[in-house]
Structures are given as C-alpha cells and as structure tokens.
Write a new protein. Structure first.
Length: 640
C-alpha cells in the first residue's frame, strides 16, 4: 500500500506506507537522504526514523533548516544529562526538551549550585569533544518499565504520553540512554558551542501539587561564535530586565501580599496614563466607544460564553461560591461587551457597533511562572470588540491591522504576523472556522503582509492574527491580537435585524492593540532600556542649577515649561554629579542654568546622548519640545 507525501513546493510523491522520513528523503535524492537530520510531518517536528502511515505534508530537515537548531539543542540536553549522571549517579532524570533559547532538564535526587554547573559543563565539553554517535534504539514497553523501575517520572511518561506505544524509542550515546522520541543530531560533536546558564525550581508537570524539581537551563549552537553572540545578548538582556529598571526608576512593584498583581508607582502610572490616552485616540479613530464592565460575574456567564470550559480546563479561573451561587473574576472582557450589545435592538444600519475598555482581568497563573510585568495574575487589557455584519469583515480587519502597525512603528518595533488556526479546544463547525480563517488570510494578503501559519494555536472561539513585536535585542514578544469570532455570538444568542427584516447573527472581532498594559510596559521598558521617548518619560526635563543662587531662575524656567513634567535638582551637589544623576535616571533633557544663563535669560541644553548646546532661549526649547511630544518621536530630537 502506498501513501502520498506533499512536499513544500506542492509536488507529491508516492511512497510505501511505513516508509520513514529518511526514506522519503532518499526517494527525493541520495544527497538529501544523506543530509537528513529530521522531518516536519503535518506541522510536527519528528525524528528521521518517524514512519509515514498516511497521506501527509512533509518537510525534510537538514543542517540548513531552521529546525536544525532545535534538534541540536535537544541533543545538548542529553549531553547535560549524561554529564550530570557521570558526576552524580544519584540524580534522577525527568524531562529535557529544547526551548526557543536552548534547553532545560528537570532532575531530582541531587542538590546543585553554580559551582556544580561549572564541573558539569567541563564534563559535557569532554562528551562533545569525544564526538559520540547518537543512536536511536527500541525497547518493548515491558523492558522500558523494568529499565525505569526506580524512576517514577519516566514510568509516568510511559503510562501517559507513550500509552499504547510498543516498542518505545530511546536514544543512546556511549553509556547514556534516555527515553525519547527525538529528533537528535547524529553525534555530540555537532555541538559547537555549549553553556549551562542557571538553576531554578520547577514543579513536575508544572503543577504545584507535584514534587518540586531542580531545573537546569542551558543553550547550544553549531559554533562557538554563535554562542558568544547569544551570551552577549543575554548579558544585555539582564541589564535591560524590566524588574531591575522598574526598581531603579521607581515604576512598579509586585508585593508578596498581592502575587502577580503589579502596583504602579507615580512614575509608572505616568507612563501608563500616556499609553491610555494614546490608545484612546486610536480607538476614537477606529470608531470605538469606551465602556466599563465589572470584574465580578456569576459563573453562568462564563459557562454560556464557553470561557469556563476553556480557561477552567487550565485552572485559570478565580472562582468561589457564596450562598450556593458561584462567582468568578473575569479572565476576558468579551462576554461583558456582548451583554452591552444585547441590551438594545440592533439594525443592520447600526453595525459596526464597537466597544473598547481598559478592562481589569485575572488569570490564576501558577506562582512559579509569575515574572514581573510579563507574566501576571491581574492585568489590564486595552480590549475592544466590534460587532459587525459578514460583509464588513474585510474592511474591519484591514483597518484594525493598519492602526496596529502604526502603533508598533510608533514604538520602533518590527511587526511580525502569525495566522493561528483551529485547535483541539475549538467550538463551532469546521465550515465556520474555515470561513473565518479565510477572511483573516484575505485581510493579511490584501495588505501585502507576510505571515507565518501556526496550526492549532487559535483560541477556542475563532482564528487569530497574532502580532509579535521584535525588540532592540531581536527578541520576539506576542502583544497585539485580532480575532474573528462566529461562535460567541451564537452561544450568547446575539442578533440584529437585517435589511430583509429577518434576524441575523453578528460576527465579533476581538482585538487588543497593545495586549495588556502590564506585558506591553514590561516589553517596552526592556526595549528602550528605560530610556523612554520624551512623550512617555516620567520626568521629561530636569533643570540643573549650578549653584543655590540659581534655584530661583530654575523655578522661572520650570514655569515656562509648565505644560511638561519638569524637575529641579536643588541638592547642593556639584554640577557634574547633577548631570551624572540625571543621566543615570534616564531623563531625556537636562537644562543647565548658572550665572551666565541667568544674566542672558537663556539655558544650556544637554540630552541623554551627551549632546549639548548653549545660549538657547527657554521659548525656543519649549516650542521644540511641544513638537517632539506632539509627534511622539522615539528619541530626543532637539539637539540632533
């Protein structure tokens, strides 16, 4: 019996059922067969030994493929585990996958510190230098259970993830053997650069009720130079950590009494208010009306909308019972906006109806995954929902995408687009999903936007355009989103009267321009390294009197600049120390005033790039500052 494999160029190839990915590569050409590392079959990254049992789409992975790095890092995780067990035979292994930045391995039965990592790294380098072949072997399920008689974690994997598989696959390198589906590179010597990065704690399966394990993070690259570049970027990222900058600039804190719920300090709230007003202007341009909905709702609302089934399965709802009635803090705003829509009889002439909200929502994230502003339990979404007719879909999506792209450009982010399609938790018919997905695809292509397709990653109610921002360090952050939803209007029985006087179902567009303020601010802090554009900076100008005698003149200058956020450094410091402090505080502009400036009625302007200009009239500077703030320029522009 033969099956058909479809190649990336659309061509098809008939092969015998049971042929492996590597067999298919040899069918295409001997050279490709020899170079095969792994495969991507129907979107799943698999080992080259993976059998093809049905018609599939297939991509052959070689050293030149993007996926090669994942296989290399998977092998590096095994190198770490082998080195660990050579030095600490008492260590028990659990799982060790690759990640976007490298790999991790969760272990137990051994206590590790930074000194241990150095010793393990040295052993790992010897394993890499030995260029050990990495080979796939098989065991029967019975043999595998016996092999792991003292490892309950691997036995659980056999019982759950590998249930029904017989035989099961292992990968070996010298004396080391690990239960694994792969894929891996051919030998340990392919790892050109290897480093262990840090140690943390992690619950088995990510569940707090389970045992706490030791997680060791590492990374690997084909060459040492690529590793050095990564480590340099990592050091830069540490310096830009938004939690560190947040403390230095007194922007926010996340206290123990409110885990995952950030507290905005005055400086941080200044930035947030500017962002809110900026997004309000964008919402106004798109025709949204601002609303406010409660954070507390009865559980029935989320059952009707479908959110309880989706979020409840992940344990993300905050739910409790009172007088036999169950309540929950909302994880999203869409059901509340649908309620407002449903309070009036709507005509086809009324649509689109658009509601926006800076809505507080809550997700019961695990405590171990909370991280400053980037992973929180309480957040504010710049949410919006448009209720539209089917014939309005293309225009609505296109206009929203244009505004989002303009916003990202405003912050000097590169925009990356993803089309996320129907997943396992989806509700609604295949036909509806196909229609919605095609509509989003058409909107992207009508704008000439390049995008990646991420199969199965959409929310439960409809396909999504995810928007990633690539920051200064090249990292990608998912922030904004545009989703098309035919299902929640059906579940909540929303309607409008059509031109034919019949009832019709509206379509919902869910969109967030920034995503959540918390995540966006965390990303933005790191992107700008705390050196915010002048329009966002908590303190836009600091006046530095050279001596106490010039403080009164500094007050006069502040009055001229009363429309801006201006501070005066009136401590009895040297002017050099005042300049250095303002520079460390990341203030966009410093105005130096001494006896000469006071006599001439001028100021000396210095920016955080250490550019300077003297004999400037306060009015000239004010006019230039007005323009810079109004145009929301990314960098201070008065001096260049």
């Amino acid at each position: 019996m033969s099956v058909t494999v479809t190649l990336p160029d659309g061509s098809e190839l008939a092969v015998e059922a049971g042929s492996t990915v590597e067999d298919v590569a040899y069918e295409i050409g001997p050279g490709l067969g020899r170079d095969t590392v792994a495969g991507v079959v129907d979107g799943e990254f698999v080992a080259k030994e993976h059998p093809i049992e049905k018609d599939v789409e297939i991509e052959i992975v070689t050293e030149s493929s993007d996926e090669y790095l994942d296989a290399l890092r998977h092998s590096a995780a095994h190198v770490f585990a082998q080195a660990l067990q050579r030095l600490h035979s008492e260590a028990t292994l659990t799982i060790g996958p690759w990640t976007d930045d490298g790999f991790y391995y969760d272990v137990t039965g051994v206590e590790l510190d930074e000194a241990d990592l150095e010793e393990i790294s040295a052993e790992a380098e010897e394993i890499i230098e030995a260029d050990l072949p990495i080979e796939r072997v098989e065991m029967s399920r019975e043999e595998a259970f016996e092999y792991y008689e003292d490892n309950p974690f691997k036995r659980e994997i056999l019982e759950e993830e590998a249930a029904g598989e017989d035989p099961v696959s292992f990968y070996e390198q010298a004396e080391f053997r690990d239960l694994c589906r792969g894929p891996h590179v051919a030998s340990t010597g392919e790892i050109g650069g290897f480093a262990l990065l840090e140690i943390s704690g992690a619950y088995w399966r990510g569940t707090e009720d389970n045992e706490m394990l030791t997680r060791v993070y590492g990374t690997a690259f084909p060459s040492e130079s690529e590793l050095e570049e990564f480590l340099d970027r990592r050091e830069q990222a540490k310096e830009r950590d938004h939690r560190k900058i947040g403390r230095e600039m007194d922007l926010f804190s996340v206290p123990d009494h409110s885990p995952g719920c950030p507290h905005y300090h005055p400086n941080g709230m200044t930035i947030r208010r500017e962002l809110e007003e900026y997004i309000r202007t964008q919402n106004d341009a798109l025709g949204y009306e601002e609303v406010r909905t409660p954070e507390l709702n009865k559980k029935e609302l989320w059952e009707e909308s479908g959110h309880l089934d989706f979020f409840g399965s992940e344990g993300e709802f905050f739910l409790w019972e009172e007088n036999e009635t169950e309540y929950g803090l909302k994880p999203m705003n869409c059901a509340n906006h649908a309620y407002i829509y449903d309070q009036q009889v709507r005509s086809y002439r009324d649509l689109p109806v658009r509601f926006s909200e800076f809505g507080n929502v809550y997700r019961n994230e695990q405590s171990g995954e909370l991280s400053g502003l980037l992973r929180v339990r309480g957040m504010t979404q710049d949410d919006g929902h448009a209720f539209i007719r089917r014939d309005q879909i293309q225009t609505e999506i296109t206009e929203t995408l244009r505004v989002i792209e303009e916003i990202y450009e405003q912050f000097d982010f590169e925009v990356l687009y993803k089309l996320e399609t129907k997943g396992d938790h989806a509700v609604g018919s295949d036909e509806v999903w196909a229609e919605a997905t095609e509509a989003l695809r058409n909107a992207l292509e009508a704008e000439g936007l390049e995008y990646d397709v991420e199969e199965g990653e959409a929310s439960f109610y409809g396909p999504k355009i995810g928007l990633d921002a690539r920051d200064t360090l090249g990292r990608e952050w998912t922030i904004g989103t545009v989703q098309l939803d035919f299902n929640i209007p059906e579940r909540l029985d929303l309607s409008y009267t059509g031109e034919d006087n019949e009832e019709h179902r509206p379509v919902m567009v869910h969109r967030a321009l920034l995503g959540s303020f918390e995540r966006f601010m965390g990303v933005m802090i790191e992107h700008f390294n705390g050196k915010f554009p002048t329009w966002l900076a908590p303190e836009q100008v600091r006046i530095l009197p050279i001596s106490d005698d010039n403080v009164a003149y500094a007050e006069e200058i502040r009055e001229v600049l009363s429309d801006f956020r201006v501070g005066i450094e009136d401590r009895s410091w040297t002017i050099g120390k005042k300049i250095q402090t303002a520079h460390d505080d990341r203030v966009p502009y410093m105005l130096i005033v001494g006896g000469n400036e006071e006599a001439a009625g001028t100021i000396s302007v210095r920016d955080r790039f250490e550019r300077e200009r003297g004999d400037v009239s306060p009015e000239e500077f004010r006019t230039a500052l007005e323009t810079e703030v109004e145009e929301k320029r990314t960098e201070p522009g008065f001096l260049g």
